[in-house]
Design a protein around this ligand. Structure first.
Ligand code: NAD
Length: 485
């Protein structure tokens, strides 16, 4: 039995400021992906809990909206402090349940804290910025503009960055004056429960944050609950489409943060070490379980042999192990289902005769979900490994001769989440950045995501933006009041 209290839960449903027994059918098993052992079994929520949670969020909305924005900012700072106070426990949960290496687990906790602090800063100035005057040209009227919270919001999050994806929704929503019901992933149901503990600890008004654990039934109930004025979803395109369909019946606003098959372009003048770091980090961080994985490499043909040699050497040398083992560089795949799906892709690549220069299979037959860092060279552009989101540590490479060709290949996907460019010449590098159709591009930079940057996709990678002022405005409606001069 773990001594981490965040791993020992008798109740996993948080409604109206209280922990409750959930009405879910079967308990959720939380599995250690490094060894397949069941860490704990926890009760789960059900559709009935969503009903109660949505009612609580609706009742809390009026008073929370009327709370001065500086007071809301104070609560956000208190949440950030509550996360910081649990830093080591939160890191431990992510290492144990998600299989994330320690450094990556620490980055997740740091990101969540930074997100709450950032939106506290925006909330500070919200009330003061209300009623901005508009002098209507040629009329006898004046206007004033308000930014008001949209209402109670339903939130559905995935398992790959549970603490971060939930912070990216909760922090701006609460800053704007919205209340929330959040569903955690059935694969990683525990970590976001810390928000419930913190809410109790800091005296957050009841009903402002509600959390319901559970599977698809809970997500379906959130998509259908009449109390919500918006639904914010992060997850796969397949489920995103179902949520969109359900929400469309009520013509409600929706935010979708979906998948990707993102490009990284390396030009012939690129600094080799920077290129190696950006390519490897872009596809092997979090064992490749990133919506933002830059899993398609386009390298100029004159640098290809050298870069591939370096990539293969470093990939083969990576220490893949339990995050609790000394020197772990990449952990296991978080769920057995995802591990099996990745192996099917690798089997398919073998059957298709792809050239594998590193990895290509699971590390060993055993209960741990370990996949070797894998690189396929010169992958045909109609192959599944090139076109589909594998969601694992699998890189596909190709070459280009001209920048026009690189851009054309980069954009030849229905996704458009992120992109990377490694290029020594700033004018050329920035032109390549501008050519990629995606919501966030890193230029000679690893995948750092600042809370004041924009996050979200073009094309089928989503609708809306999280983070930055755009994340806040996603939870606000603009109101214009016109009156006589
Ligand atoms: P998923 O779509 O399988 O599940 C996401 C959430 O939806 C889970 O909580 C799940 O229980 C719930 N759900 C399942 N069926 C539902 C239904 N019918 N109605 C409502 N909710 C339902 O995604 P996942 O496997 O948890 O996460 C991986 C995916 O998420 C990848 O495609 C990844 O690219 C994407 N992702 C995107 C971002 C982003 O910011 N764009 C961030 C992280 C993950």
């Amino acid at each position: 039995m773990s001594s981490n209290p965040l791993l020992q839960r008798n109740q996993t449903v948080f409604i109206n400021g209280e922990w409750r027994d959930g009405g879910g059918a079967a308990p959720l098993s939380v599995v250690n992906p490094s060894n397949g052992e069941i860490i704990t079994q926890v009760p789960t929520g059900g559709a009935g809990d969503v009903e109660a949670a949505a009612a609580a969020a609706a009742a809390a909305f009026g008073p929370w909206k009327a709370t001065p924005s500086t007071t809301r900012a104070g609560y956000l700072r208190a949440i950030a402090k509550g996360l910081a106070a649990r830093h080591d426990q939160l890191v431990n949960v992510q290492m144990t349940v998600s299989g994330k290496p320690q450094m990556e687990s620490e980055i997740d906790v740091g990101d969540a804290i930074a997100c709450f602090e950032y939106y506290a800063g925006l909330a500070d100035g919200l009330d003061a910025a209300q009623d901005a005057p508009v002098s209507h040209a040629g009329g006898d009227h004046m206007g004033r503009v308000r930014h008001e919270p949209v209402g109670p919001v339903g939130m559905i999050v995935p398992w790959n960055f549970p603490l971060v994806t939930s912070a990216w929704k909760l922090a701006p929503a609460l800053a704007a004056g919205c209340t929330a019901v959040m569903k955690t992933s059935e694969m990683t149901p525990l970590i976001e429960l810390a928000y419930g503990d913190i809410a109790v600890e800091i005296g957050l008004p009841a009903g402002v944050i509600n959390i319901v654990t559970g599977g698809a039934d809970v997500g379906i109930a959130i998509s259908a609950a009449p109390e919500f004025r918006k639904v914010s979803f992060t997850g796969s395109n397949m489920v995103g489409a179902l949520v969109m369909q359900a929400v469309s019946k009520r013509c409600l606003p929706i935010a979708l943060e979906l998948g990707g098959k993102s490009p990284i372009i390396v030009t012939e003048d690129a600094d080799l070490d920077t290129a190696l770091d950006c390519v490897l980090g872009g596809v092997f961080y979090n064992a490749g379980q990133m919506c933002s994985a830059t899993s398609r490499l386009m390298v100029h043909e004159s640098l290809e042999a050298k870069l591939i040699e370096g990539l293969a050497e470093r990939a083969k040398g990576m220490r893949v192990s339990s995050p609790f083992d000394e020197g772990c560089e990449m952990g296991p795949i978080t769920t057995r289902a995802q591990f099996t799906k990745i192996r099917e892709y690798l089997d398919g690549a073998r059957a298709d005769g792809l050239t594998c220069v590193a990895g290509g299979d699971a590390l060993a037959d055993g209960p741990g979900n370990f996949i070797a860092p894998t690189i396929y060279r010169n992958v045909p552009h109609d192959n599944r490994i090139w076109r589909e989101e594998v969601f694992g540590p699998v890189l596909a490479t190709t070459t280009f001769r001209s920048d026009e060709e690189a851009i054309r290949i980069a954009n030849d996907t229905h996704y458009g989440l992120v992109g990377s460019v490694v290029c020594a010449d700033p004018a050329r590098g920035n032109a390549l950045c501008d050519g990629i159709e995606a919501g966030q591009i890193w230029y000679n930079t690893p995948q750092i995501v600042y809370p004041d940057s924009a996050w979200g996709g073009f094309k089928a990678s989503g609708i809306g933006r999280e983070l930055g002022p755009w994340g806040l405005s996603g939870f606000q409606g603009v109101k214009h009041v016109t009156s006589p001069m």
